[in-house]
Structures are given as C-alpha cells and as structure tokens.
Design a protein around this ligand. Structure first.
Ligand code: SAM
Length: 282
C-alpha cells in the first residue's frame, strides 16, 4: 500500500548497519516501518534491529537457499500492489549477500526496485584505507582453500586498481602469507576489522610487516574484516616483452631508427627507451 513513505508495488533494497546499530538512515527506518513486508536474510537477526527502533512489521525469510523459489511469490505480492523491503543481516543487500536473483527477476518484470542506501563494509573500509579510490575492484570473498586463493591472487597480479576483499579474520594469517607468496611482501595491505564496533581496528603496512603483526597479536584474528590490497604499480616507462620481440624482428630488416619508430607507434612506448634497447641488442 502507498503512504508518504513508500510506493505500492515497489521493492526497496534497504541497507542496514554493519555493527553500530545507529548507522541507519531515517528514510530506511521509515521504509521498514511502512512497507507491507520485510524480506530478511535471517528474520531473528533483523528482529533485533527492528526491536531497537520499535518497528513492528511482518517479515518473510529470503536467503541464499530459498531466494530462487521465493522470487515468484515476492513478484506476485508486488504485482498485487504490496510494498516490500529487502534487508540482509548487515550492510547493503546483494553485496556478497542474497538479493541478486530477486532484483533481476523484478527488473525483468518491470517492477520498480528502489535503493535505500547506507552502510557497506567494503566502502567503509575503502574510505579509511588511504589507498587510491579513484578506481577500485571489489573481489568479494577470497576462497578459503590456499590453492584456490593463490590462483585467485595470481590472476590479480597485474591488476592496477585497489582491490577490496571480504575474508574471515581466522584465515587472515594464511591469506596474508599467500599475498606475500603471490603478490610479494612489498605490497601495501590494509586490514579493517570490526568496523563501527568496539574493537574497530584499521591497520596498514606492507604484506610482510602485516604478517608479522598478525602473528604477534591473536586478537586480530577475531570478528569480521575487510582486506584491501594496493594495485600493481605499473611503471609507465616499462617496455612490454612483446614490443621487444617486435623490435628484434624489425632490426633484422631495417635500420634501428626506423625499427624503433615503428615499434613505438605500435605499442605506444617511448622511442628513446627503445633505441637504448636496440643498441644493447647489437
Ligand atoms: N552486504 C554486506 C556489506 O554491505 O558489507 C557484506 C555481507 S558479507 C556476508 C559479510 C562480510 O562483510 C564479512 O565477512 C566481512 O568481510 C565484511 N564485514 C561486515 N561487517 C563488517 C565490519 N563491521 N567490519 C569489517 N568487515 C565487515
């Protein structure tokens, strides 16, 4: 049903706190109060938030294991004009949380889906990490097994953007060991643990130093954490291996000046740097 706070037939994606229960907007509270139904990842968990704000409303469970079966039911309720809020246990739904299938289904049916923005652990951690934020990549949860984790990291070896991961602190030592092994000990890594809670800790260092710090303090292996890894710093003067191969081939056919000019044109690298390589190849 429509009211000043909610439109009928609309699915609201409502962000909830990631620790401190006061990190929720007035609009989110209004929507949770006035929608017809709140779809929750865990109804008992959400009930604690609702009781804090004396919100009495109907809940419906919608989690990873029943989302695909529930999507038709939720869509029918919306088509009948009901307003529905979707919340997860903490933070923004769909961000490593249920909701993707439901939102996709509603959008395919042209049903209105509206965001009520708020907390998200990845963004909160990024905002205090002190690493570049102009471009970043959210990588979700790292695999729990070392082999899979190492190959995930290996695929990101050349990633120039800041990388954001969710991980369990009890795995932090193993994870940072893998970072040292695969990305090198010099990479800057930031661990943000228990954000907005009593034991909030944000610690930034090279992967190697961070590993020593984690090993010294078992308290750092508790709670919830976001791990942020600095992107690969690509040297703008670096010459790609393929450019050197091309240069070698061209040098067999023409004078160094021309070979360097052509290679520079193809790969967008500096002619002078190529000329130095050409001389060293002689
Ligand atoms: N949808 C949530 C969001 O918007 O952040 C994330 C849900 S995901 C299932 C839970 C993960 O988020 C945790 O394992 C942890 O990596 C991260 N996280 C959640 N709350 C956190 C907090 N207070 N401090 C640090 N990390 C947190």
């Amino acid at each position: 049903m429509s009211s000043v706070f909610v439109e009928s037939g609309t699915l609201y994606i409502v962000a909830t706190p990631i620790g401190n229960l006061t990190d929720i907007s007035q609009r989110a509270l209004d929507v949770l109060t006035h929608v017809d139904i709140i779809a929750c990842e865990d109804t008992r968990h959400t009930q604690k938030l609702l009781s804090t704000y004396s919100i009495k409303n109907k809940t419906l469970s919608l989690h990873d294991h029943n989302e695909r079966q529930r999507q038709d039911y939720v869509a029918t309720l919306l088509q009948e004009g009901k307003s529905i809020a979707l919340v997860s246990d903490a933070g923004t739904p769909l961000i490593s949380d249920p909701g993707f299938y439901l939102v996709r289904h509603c959008r395919q049916l042209n049903l209105p889906v509206s965001p009520i923005p708020g907390a998200c652990a990845a963004i909160a951690a990024l905002s205090v990490a002190g690493l570049p934020t102009d471009r970043f990549s959210f990588e979700g949860f790292l695999p729990s097994k070392s082999g899979a984790r190492q190959s995930t990291l290996a695929n990101l070896l050349e990633e120039p953007r800041t990388m954001v991961f969710y991980d369990a602190p009890r795995r932090a030592i193993d994870t940072v060991e893998d970072i040292v092994k695969v990305l090198g000990g010099e990479r800057q890594v930031v661990i943000s643990r228990e954000l907005t809670k009593t034991f909030e800790t944000v610690h930034s260092d090279t992967a190697e130093n961070l590993l020593a710090w984690l090993k010294e303090d078992p308290n750092q292996l508790k709670g919830e954490m976001v791990l942020i890894i600095e992107g690969n710093k690509i040297d703008p003067n670096a010459i790609p291996a393929k450019a050197i191969d091309t240069l070698k081939l061209l040098l067999e056919e023409m004078k160094p000046k021309k070979a360097c000019a052509i290679t520079a044109e193809i790969y967008g690298v500096k002619k002078n740097a190529l000329y130095e390589i050409a001389l060293s190849l002689k």
